[in-house]
Every structure is written in C-alpha cells, then in structure tokens.
Design a protein around this ligand. Structure first.
Ligand code: HPA
Length: 256
C-alpha cells in the first residue's frame, strides 16, 4: 500500500530525490512528486499547486484525492496552516487535528452523487485516523516536536479571512483552529477508505481574537519553523509497516 504527504501552505516539497508525474482522473489532472527515500516511494502532493496558484475554494479536491487513490495510496499525512481561536495555541505551535466543523458553502463535497453508485453515507466518528494520530504523537516526541494539543478544525469557505464576529461564534461552538481546506479533503479520503491525518501549524491569531492584525510574515515564519521536522516525522512514520486493521477508516462507508 502506498503512502502520501499532502503539503499545505508553505510546504511545497519534502526533500529527497523526486520525479514528477501527472495523473489523469475523471475530475481532472493532478501533478505529484514521486519521492524516493532509501528505496521507498512516498507520493507528495502540493494541495494548492507547487506555485500556490489554487485558492482554497477552487482546489480540485476530488481530482487530488482520486489521483492518490489511483496511485494505490492508503495512508496520508497532511499539513494545514491555521489560525487559532483558542488561548492555548499560539502562532508557531503545532496541533493534532481530531475533528472538524464544516462551514464551507460551495464546493463539491463527495464522490457519491447517487445514480449507479447508489446512495452512500460516510461515518465521521473519527474523521482523522486514530492510528496515524497516535503514531504522529509518538514519533513527534522522538523528533523533538512539541505538540501543543488536540484541536477541532473549523473549515471556512474562504478565500477571505473571517470576521471577528464569525470567530467569536466558531470559538463558542467548540472550534480551536480555523482554516479553509481540510473539508472536503478529509471527507474524500474517508470515502476512499484511506487513513488520513492532518497536523495543524498555527500561523496567526484569528481575526479579532487578540489585538494583532493577521500578518503574512507571521504566517511564513510559523510554517518555516516547523515544516522540516513535521515532514521528517511524516516520512519516518510512513516508512514503517502501517496496517489498516488498526482503525476503522477502511470501513467508513454506510450503505442504505
Ligand atoms: N483563517 C482561515 N484560514 C487560515 C487562517 C485564518 O485565520 N490562518 C491560516 N489559514
């Protein structure tokens, strides 16, 4: 079974020797890097495109995930740049995302649109693979990454940032961090029976949460500070013998 890393904002490669490959899917074409590390292959996909040319609301999430599926990928780690609306998580911190609240509005959200495929629903008890989350916790400690905690991710439609009142509401509803891309990515992974985990890199305080205004230099700095250790940790785990029997991700489809 193959493994992949999806790089979010600021993470456009994972080092190593790589070959580009274009995968054609029914949803569109996707360019990936096949990275060779000690005779093992890991697929790398830049979520926004290598030149960060796809804004969050226009990313072709279905093409991205179908391309990984066509390559036989079953295990995925990803990074997500996020704002914080939780006092415990400051810019520069790293969190493990455990759940999401979906505030997206206008994106294709599923591979299952009825017709020949029938009506299918996907279990969201554990949207983010429990096993991959635990593995990240263990390996991060060894690699010297301080995980600040577990976080509920609020996904907004973007590309605009949120208003202060929206952030107040998200925080009251139980959100810890806010981003624009993890839905539907995590959902589509589950629909394909993949194990998927996202690690949040806090890049800023959300709008109105503190006195600061959102600053692009802070965003770049927080990503730079963490990206190498996080991608090294992903690779250390993905090179191990991972098993899908350790979680329920491959059995998430509920047919009526
Ligand atoms: N809001 C939404 N998405 C983000 C933010 C934010 O504050 N920071 C990084 N991605």
């Amino acid at each position: 079974m193959r493994r992949a890393i999806i790089g979010g904002t600021g993470v456009y490669n994972v080092g190593g020797k790589s070959t580009k490959k274009v995968i054609k899917t029914i949803y569109g074409s996707v360019e990936v890097d096949i990275v060779e590390i000690d005779n093992e292959e890991i697929i790398f996909l830049a979520r926004h495109g290598r030149d960060h040319s796809n804004p969050p609301h226009l990313i072709n999430y279905r093409a991205n995930m179908k391309a990984l599926d066509d390559l036989g990928v079953k295990f995925i780690y990803s990074t997500a740049a996020v704002g914080s609306c939780n006092n415990n998580f400051e810019p520069g911190d790293v969190v493990v995302i455990t759940d999401f609240i979906d505030f997206t509005k206008a994106r294709p959200i599923t591979f299952y649109d009825g017709g020949k495929q029938g009506v299918k629903h996907t279990d969201m008890s554990d949207p983010y693979c429990k096993n991959l989350r635990q593995e990240f916790g263990k390996k991060a400690r060894v690699n010297g990454i301080e995980i600040k905690g577990e976080a509920v991710y609020v996904c907004t439609e973007g590309p605009r940032f949120e208003t202060a009142s929206e952030i107040k509401m998200y925080s009251k509803l139980g959100g810890d961090v806010v981003g624009m891309t993890n839905v539907p990515e995590v959902v589509l992974a589950k629909e394909l029976g993949m194990c998927y985990s996202a690690i949040g890199i806090i890049t800023n305080w959300c709008t109105g949460y503190k006195k600061d205004v959102i600053n692009l230099h802070d965003i770049e700095g927080s990503i730079k500070k963490n990206k190498e250790l996080i991608t090294k940790t992903f690779i250390d785990i993905l090179r191990k013998d991972l098993k899908q029997e350790n979680c329920m991700c491959h059995k998430a489809i509920i047919e009526l």
